[in-house]
Ligand binder design. Structure first.
Ligand code: URA
Length: 240
């Protein structure tokens, strides 16, 4: 990590009231997600801080940085809002999408358009509610005409989504579509090969499935997504 990024990170943590940075190379132990336990906040800086309040505070600091980010000047110029993410800082499960579309850009919230409505149905089919999962995207700004994120844009946003995930420290991440899966897992394998298998990212178990927008265009793929969600539910201990 570059010196500027480290300084920025430390200033953010200080702004969030984190003044003590114990050194630890050990991964976070399995945690009671409601107790005041330790959570790894930055894998690269090996920073550990306290419980749910700390996680929410750290997320808030990252949100403020994202709100003024101009790393991708064309996206920053065109955006109405940055779309940081939504959900509880203590979520066991994160859904990780690609980038905001027009509805998300207008509202500042992830997955609120047609694809979002389908995602809500998928979440509810898993016997969960939107209120108990965290939803975020690779990019925090809308690409023009909903084009796919460029490699440079993903690089620029990587620090934000990695820090978000490190702060939440979910047990499970479900990547929605190629961009999210390839960005998180740093692979070039296509989604058709990545779905239906388990991976890890830090302490989180990661599953990949098709993006809801793809399902809107290819409804026959819904059965594969349901297969993936059954794998997820099984591992999370949710009865079908
Ligand atoms: N598609 C995404 O990947 N993310 C959103 O927030 C909306 C649509």
């Amino acid at each position: 990590m570059k010196a500027r990024a480290i300084r920025q990170r430390l200033e953010s943590l200080a702004a969030a009231g984190v003044t003590d940075l114990p050194r630890s190379r050990r991964p976070a132990a399995p945690r009671d997600r409601t107790a005041g336990d330790a959570a790894t906040v930055s894998a690269s800086a090996n920073v550990t801080v306290g419980g749910p309040d700390d996680r929410a505070r750290i997320l808030d600091v990252i949100r403020q940085e994202v709100a003024v980010c101009r790393r991708c000047e064309p996206l920053a110029c065109a955006r109405l809002n940055t779309v940081f993410g939504s959900g509880p800082a203590t979520a066991r499960l994160c859904f990780f999408g690609e980038a905001p579309g027009a509805d998300e850009d207008a509202s500042g919230l992830p997955f609120v358009g047609r694809a979002g409505q389908l995602l809500t149905k998928i979440i509810e089919a898993c016997k969960l509610s939107r209120d108990e999962v965290y939803i975020l995207n690779v990019l925090k700004c809308r690409p023009p005409d909903n084009r796919q994120p460029l490699p440079d844009e993903i690089d620029n946003c990587r620090e934000y989504f990695e820090r978000q995930l490190a702060a939440i420290a979910p047990e499970y991440v479900c990547c929605l579509g190629t961009t999210a899966a390839q960005a998180l897992l740093r692979t070039t394998e296509p989604i058709g090969k990545l779905r239906g298998r388990w991976f890890t990212h830090g302490a989180a178990a990661v599953i990949c499935t098709y993006h809801p927008s793809y399902l809107l265009r290819n409804p026959s793929a819904k059965r594969h997504v349901w297969d993936d969600m059954k794998l997820l539910m099984g591992r999370m201990g949710i009865a079908p």
